[in-house]
Design a protein around this ligand. Structure first.
Ligand SMILES: Nc1ncnc2c1ncn2[C@@H]1O[C@H](COP(=O)(O)OP(=O)(O)OP(=O)(O)O)[C@@H](O)[C@H]1O
Length: 337
């Protein structure tokens, strides 16, 4: 669906050169939700805005559905953009227009017949659950409702691609959940491809199929969300994912017994369902003390994290760890005594 090839972008302001994107290569599949995560200033906004050419690239190509966006004339680009909807962190609604007129706006620009606009806007209002707010103004709406209007407006021209630029960053956690759920439902019912950028792993976890991690203008890691969560490679990814677990471990603040190890275990999918800990206790001469645990629910699977203290003869401990590896459990020794 989208092929990003060798894309680079440098901003020049006065005598400064800021490299925002460094030779980016990405493939985004049809009908998937693809997330790009990174810290502030990593290049996320620049990257997503190159897909509909709100930002011009200095080098490289962006091919959407076989069309090289970077080589289109202005007129061709305007036409192509009808296939690409976009929503923003601060909604960008027209404050002087009602909800109905905000959603109708792109259709009016496309000179669509009034009756068709009337039907289309009403259908979209229903789709985003805002039929009762048709005649309200943006100032009368909550943040979540404003984003629903923005989503309806973005879908007015029946695009097959939706770009989401930090779409939930201005919303509280509950509203974020409801907007992400709406995006997921729309993606499924309308068969959309969705590209979103975010600085929150929670967003990636909730709705993305695949994710790319961007740092200082470089894609440092990409893959299926489950794989990236289970086996993060880049330090920055580990920080995004690990922050919570490492804090947990710091909080444990336990004095380890002699002949023991503090071990962090990660389980994915089926390995989470096996009675692995009781198997270790029964079959090896080890004591196990569970210190903390959590479960990350992803779109297609769950990943469990457990911090344990394992105590016993060193050979028995090592055999236990081998048994864990053989059963698909990842482990990392955090401390040895
Ligand atoms: N118009 C501009 N002129 C000059 N520098 C810019 C411009 N836009 C972005 N930059 C710089 O390019 C780099 C990437 O910015 P970008 O906005 O793409 O990052 P981001 O990951 O989206 O960050 P944030 O989450 O804070 O929005 C940053 O160093 C930023 O300061």
């Amino acid at each position: 669906m989208i092929k990003i090839r060798n894309v680079s972008k440098v901003y020049k302001s006065q005598d400064k050169r800021i490299i925002a994107l460094r030779d980016i290569n990405l493939d985004i599949n049809k009908k998937e939700i693809f997330g790009v995560i990174g810290l502030s200033g990593a290049g996320k906004s620049t990257l997503i805005r190159t897909i509909n050419r709100l930002e011009e690239v200095d080098k490289g190509q962006i091919i959407v559905d076989g069309v090289d966006i970077t080589s289109l004339t202005k007129k061709e680009l305007l036409n192509q953009r009808k296939n690409i909807g976009m929503i923003f962190q601060h909604f960008d609604l027209l404050s002087s227009k009602t909800v109905f007129d905000n959603i109708a706006f792109p259709l009016q620009i496309s000179k669509v017949n009034k009756q068709i606009i009337y039907k289309k806007v009403n259908d979209l209002l229903e789709l985003v659950g805002l039929s009762d707010k048709k005649y309200a103004y943006p100032s009368q709406l909550s943040g979540g409702q404003k984003q629903r209007v923005a989503i309806a407006r973005a879908l007015a021209n029946d695009p097959n691609l939706l770009l989401c630029d930090e779409a939930t960053s201005a919303l509280d956690p509950e509203t974020t959940k409801s907007i992400l759920l709406l995006l997921k439902n729309l993606q499924q019912t309308l068969g959309l491809t969705v590209v979103l950028i975010t600085h929150e792993m929670e967003v990636v976890k909730r709705i993305c199929d695949r994710v790319a991690v961007i740092s200082d203008g470089l894609i440092v890691e990409s893959g299926k969300v489950d794989d990236v969560f289970f086996s993060p490679q880049a330090d920055i990814t580990k920080r995004f994912i690990g922050a919570i677990h490492n804090e947990d471990i710091d909080e444990i603040n336990i004095k380890l017994k002699k002949n023991s190890k503090l071990v962090k275990l990660s389980f994915i999918g089926d390995s989470a369902k096996k009675p692995i800990i009781s198997h270790l206790i029964r079959n090896y001469k080890v004591d196990i003390n569970i210190l903390s645990g959590n479960i990350d629910k992803l779109t297609t699977t769950s990943i469990g994290n457990l911090t344990i203290q394992i105590n016993g003869d060193i050979n028995e401990i090592n055999s236990s760890l081998t048994h864990l590896s053989e059963n698909g459990v990842k482990w990392e020794v955090i401390e040895n005594v």
